[in-house]
Design a protein around this ligand. Sequence first.
Ligand SMILES: [Zn+2]
Length: 420
Amino acid sequence: MDILLGQVLRFDGDPFADGTSRIDEAVAVAGGRIVATGTKDALCAAHPQARVTDYGRCLISAGFIDAHVHYPQTAIIASWGKRLIDWLESYTFPEEMRFADPAYAREIADRYLDLTLANGTTTVCTYATIHPESVEAFFAAAQARDLRAFAGKTCMDRNAPDRLRDTARSAYDDCKRLLEAWHGQDRLSYVITPRFSPTSTPEQLAALGALWREHPDCLMQTHLSEQTDEIEWVQALFPQSRDYLDTYEAQGLLGEGAVFGHAIHLTERERARLMDTGASLVHCPTSNTFIGSGLFDMGLARTSLRIGLATDTGGGSSFSMLRTMAAAYEVGQLRRDPLHPSQLWWLATQGSARALRAEDRIGNIAPGMEADLVVVDLASTPAIEQATRRATDVWSEVFPTIMMGDDRAIRAVWVNGRPR
Ligand SMILES: [Zn+2]
């Protein structure tokens, strides 16, 4: 048993509805789970044998959850000057070809997970490349770190270079084999992953829809309505479809457990169908500004939709969920919808967990939840420290770290009940 002392943050509900949060003095952890929260005196008296670690005024939170990333793009993060389609052609596809080499895939998977853990992120949901080896490498690296993690083979059978194309049949077979080998192993989950409609034929989308019907406990992730010229391309490729979402819906790729990245330029029909079917959306604010895509409507978080937050590495420009929260705040300001710090923090933890349908296991500090924790120094630089001196409550103390913090603010990370 371990007891961690600090400002222990627990959400009692969704702050986009009328949910509240509270701060406890201590959290007890054993066997990889949260046992209890409460006062320091009560927990130490109840568990006199426990090891006690005192983090002072640090915020102790559920670890960050990054709900949409491309780990293979780790090395091309912050590449200059492109928008979505030429970003893929100039940077992404040449880099993704290198993942045919399992040793390179493992090197980048290790590097990526070390970077995300250093930033306090304890769960990611990632696209791999077309190569099954890239999924194997990622899952092995996540398993070695005892992480709860989500990943899937990216499927593309058109509009991509020869060496990055599979077929409807091979995508189905490879994904099925990977799913059977890895889904539910330790803390790992397989995710059915067509990249997006422009790079999959209707036949491939249908094959993946069939696979999802056979394994409805898996998530399905893809991209939706990121840029306007992408949407026009989808209309040209799928002239029979009512809209972009319909290209997925028609092939059985819409429903509970469908996780759509970006979803910026939605029609009224698309919004209504997403809500009716219980799908999840993932807001990728640093990517949406870096690639020049647009401003996500955070008002959707006040509907029945499940909304997560993500870096979209490497289209996004940071590995840090703090920087990502800051960008979400800035995008909110541009839409006249400034998010409260509690809403930003909730998106990066419980919101992303809900988007991945894992909110009963990760993303909050409550008895029985898995003990993935981040310990955040709220005075990690002189600039942040001086800004917190006039704080009147925990959220005004946290906000300067959201806006100005980075990996220097991450004092400690606990994974599955153990410090890293
Ligand atoms: Zn993406």
